[in-house]
Every structure is written in structure tokens, then in C-alpha cells.
Design a binder for this molecule. Structure first.
Ligand SMILES: [Cu+2]
Length: 437
């Protein structure tokens, strides 16, 4: 293990605490999180941040080797979000950018792993662009999150960030001998499913990788984790196994994701999986809250649970060195933010008795899940979450736009039958309307 002093201990405690929580809630994770990267292999993980990992490597003589470089991952900016979990996400993005600009070793470029915006609004993308123009690394590679393609199948995203990409916005590039692949797993999600890459993209990936030497370090990045973290909350990708089968023969594979707004890491053979913190708001640890969603932490803790990821490539390593830095590295560890004293932002809407034809969306759930109405009845869905949701008929009979907090969608059912529906942003969310004659 690299010598990183007390800070390493702190993050280890944090991980232990997390593991403890995971074990306590009875969810079987089949070894999930067992191979924590802090156990060695030149991978540095610190939640208290700021430790230049290249220094740790330099002790072994590798730090100044030719071909070394670093890049920074940021994720989940959610520009446009303004709820109590963080009323000013543009400001925290700016802090992240300042942090990047102050790095002693200048990163060659940046990767943004999606959810640039909160509601796919042009003004949100504009604000993001303006902030990123102030970042020292001039080259930024993007992949979309589900929040970036809410109402137009990602057309606007592609126009702005997906020039020269394939299909829904996937692409690859090489940098100083490392092969990078940006993947899109937030498009065309199916009811009841997780993230999805789809056959077309997978075929492209297989083709993209097949001519590369097994010694080429590979970095895959996508918004939703390409490993199964917590399917109950949609934290996984249905066809990621197939994608991973194409990288099995490579000696060094790093998989970078966002989406879950917290650090999770796993090493499986030559493959290191890592998820980044958000620059906008934290989410609860898997299974520690009724649902995913923005988590309100005490104001003085917020900058400790937001951050950036600095990835260092060192020649001869089998894995890349990854350092996560919270925006604020002072004081207590981030464990506090995810501890028992936090609260989940539930809807504050008063609990008026819902009519049978009303569906409330709360904690990523359609409630009630099955509603029975007479033919000709109108059903109203209202979003009580701090995160947008949609109401999409599985058969294409109705489709709402993205519903922000307290937004409603109505549909009048004139034909008897059963109508299955889901949220196309969070396809694990499903419900049914039964229309009687
Ligand atoms: Cu949803």
C-alpha cells in the first residue's frame, strides 16, 4: 500500500463502514467491494484528497517515466438542479474547475462522464460550457447521462458534444499509447431494465478493440456503472458483461463511471472499476435509503462529498492510479456525509388523500403501482421527487416529457385494457393502469 499516512486510514475506515452497512442490510453482493483497491497494486484512493499519486510512484522510480500523463474525470454536474441538496451546482462545478486548474501536474485532458445538465435545457448546457471554458485542460471528452437526453433522444447533446461520434454518441481515441473508449448506456432504456449499451454499440466496440495489442492499456468510460452495484436502484448495465468480454484479453483495463454520485471501486483480474463523485450533490450509499436521489448533508459537509477524480497513467503499471479529491479536503472525512445523520430529500407535499386516479411519484416509485379506473377516466401523475421522472407507456400509447419536481402529467383512458408504463429515465420504475369497461 502506498504511504499516504492518516488519510489513507481514514478512507479505509470509511470503506469499512460502508461495507459494514452493506452487510447489515442483508443484500447479497457476491463479493461486491471485496477487492478494495486501497489494498495495493499501485492504485491510490483517498477521500481526504490532494495526495499527488505520482509521488507515491516516484518512490518506486516510476513517477517520471516517459509516457506518464494524467487526466481528470468529472461527473454529474447536473447544471440546473437547485434543490436543498445543493442550491448552487454551478458554484460547486466552479470549485471543481478551480481545483483542477490548481493541480501541480497539469492533466492532459478531462473526461465528463455524464449528467452534464439536470433537465437537458439549452440554458443548462450553455452554463456548463461557459464554466468549462475556464478549465485549464482545453480538451474535454463527454459521454451523456440520462439527464442529458430527456426529451429529444439526445439530439441536442449530440449536436453540442457528440460531433464525430457514432450512433448514440460513442467513440474511441488514443492518447500516448492508451486507448480510450466512451460508451453510451443511457439511450433507449427498456421498462424494468438497467442501463443498456445495445447490440449496435457492442458490435462496434468489439470491432474497435479487436485489432489492438493485448498490451495496450484500455480505459472505458460511460455514465451508468458497467458493473452491477445495486440493481434495485438501477445501478448497473444489462449488457455490460458482453462489453467486458471484449476487454478480457487486455493487460490493463480501467472502467470509469458516474451516475451514483459516490466512490465505489472494485478490482476484478486486470479490470479496475471506479465510480466518481458528483460535482453537484451526493446520493445515499446503496440500500441505506428508501431510494436513490439527492441527499441533503449539513452545509459544511457538502464540499466533502463532491469532488473530482485524477487518473494517472504510469508506464508498466497494470492499473492506472486513481485519486479522488473532494472539493473540500479540510476537517473530517467524508464518512460523515454518508453516515446515519443524513436525511433524504423527500417530497414536502402534504399528504392529502389521493384519489384512485392519482399516481404520486415518490422515492423513485409510482404509488400506487397498480391503479384501476373506469373507461373514460383521467389519470394524473405528479412527481414529488427532486429528480425528474417520466411516464411512458410500454406500448407507446402515452409518453410524458420529463416531469420536474411537482410537475404533473395527465392521460385520459378511453379504451378498456391494461396499460403497463415505466420511467424512461429510470426504467426500474414501473406501474400499471387497469381500465375497466
Ligand atoms: Cu424516473
Amino acid at each position: 500500500m502506498p504511504k499516504t499516512g492518516g488519510q489513507m486510514t481514514k478512507s479505509k475506515d470509511f470503506i469499512d463502514e460502508k461495507l459494514q452497512k452493506l452487510n447489515n442490510d442483508g443484500v447479497d453482493r457476491r463479493g461486491f467491494l471485496k477487492c478494495m483497491a486501497w489494498a495495493g497494486t499501485g492504485l491510490v484512493w483517498t477521500l481526504s484528497g490532494g495526495i499527488p499519486v505520482s509521488r507515491a510512484f516516484a518512490k518506486g522510480g516510476d513517477g517520471s517515466a516517459k509516457g506518464d500523463f494524467s487526466f481528470v474525470q468529472i461527473s454529474d454536474s447536473h447544471i440546473g438542479f437547485d434543490k436543498p441538496a445543493n442550491p448552487d451546482v454551478t458554484a460547486t462545478l466552479q470549485v471543481a474547475i478551480n481545483k483542477i486548474n490548481a493541480m501541480p501536474n497539469k492533466p492532459d485532458f478531462m473526461i465528463h462522464t455524464g449528467d452534464l445538465s439536470h433537465l437537458s435545457k439549452p440554458s443548462e448546457f450553455d452554463t456548463l460550457d461557459q464554466a468549462l471554458r475556464g478549465a485549464a485542460p482545453k480538451q474535454i471528452f463527454f459521454v451523456p447521462g440520462e439527464h442529458d437526453m430527456l426529451n429529444d433522444n439526445g439530439e441536442q447533446y449530440l449536436q453540442r458534444y457528440g460531433k464525430d461520434t457514432k450512433g448514440t454518441g460513442y467513440y474511441s481515441f488514443d492518447h500516448k499509447g492508451v486507448h480510450f473508449v466512451g460508451l453510451v448506456n443511457v439511450a433507449n432504456l427498456k421498462a424494468g431494465g438497467l442501463g443498456s449499451l445495445g447490440d449496435e454499440q457492442l458490435a462496434w466496440l468489439e470491432d474497435d478493440l479487436k485489432s489492438r495489442a493485448a498490451s495496450t492499456p484500455i480505459v472505458l468510460f460511460a455514465h451508468i456503472p458497467l458493473w452491477t452495484i445495486y440493481p434495485e436502484w438501477g445501478w448497473g448495465t444489462d449488457d455490460s458483461e458482453r462489453a467486458l468480454s471484449y476487454v478480457k484479453r487486455f493487460g490493463s483495463v480501467t472502467v470509469l463511471n458516474g451516475h451514483i454520485h459516490q466512490i465505489m471501486q472494485k478490482v476484478e483480474g486486470k479490470v479496475t472499476f471506479h465510480t466518481a463523485m458528483s460535482t453537484a450533490f451526493p446520493q445515499p450509499a446503496p440500500g441505506t435509503a428508501p431510494s436513490a436521489g439527492p441527499m441533503k448533508v449539513p452545509a459544511d459537509q457538502l464540499h466533502k462529498v463532491l469532488g473530482i477524480t485524477d487518473v494517472n497513467y504510469v508506464v508498466r503499471g497494470t492499473s492506472l492510479a486513481i485519486v479522488d479529491s473532494p472539493l473540500d479536503t479540510a476537517g473530517t472525512s467524508t464518512a460523515k456525509g454518508n453516515g446515519g445523520g443524513t436525511e433524504i430529500n423527500n417530497s414536502t407535499a402534504s399528504a392529502t388523500a389521493a384519489k384512485a386516479s392519482d399516481v404520486k411519484i415518490d422515492n423513485f416509485t409510482f404509488e400506487p403501482g397498480v391503479v384501476t379506473v373506469k373507461r373514460g377516466a383521467q389519470v394524473t401523475w405528479t412527481n414529488g421527487d427532486d429528480i425528474p421522472h417520466t411516464v411512458d407507456s410500454v406500448d407507446g400509447k402515452f409518453r410524458s416529457s420529463a416531469l420536474d419536481t411537482n410537475d404533473s402529467f395527465h392521460f385520459l383512458f378511453s379504451e378498456p385494457g391494461e396499460y403497463q408504463y415505466y420511467c424512461r429515465i429510470h426504467p426500474k420504475m414501473t406501474g400499471k393502469i387497469v381500465v375497466q369497461p
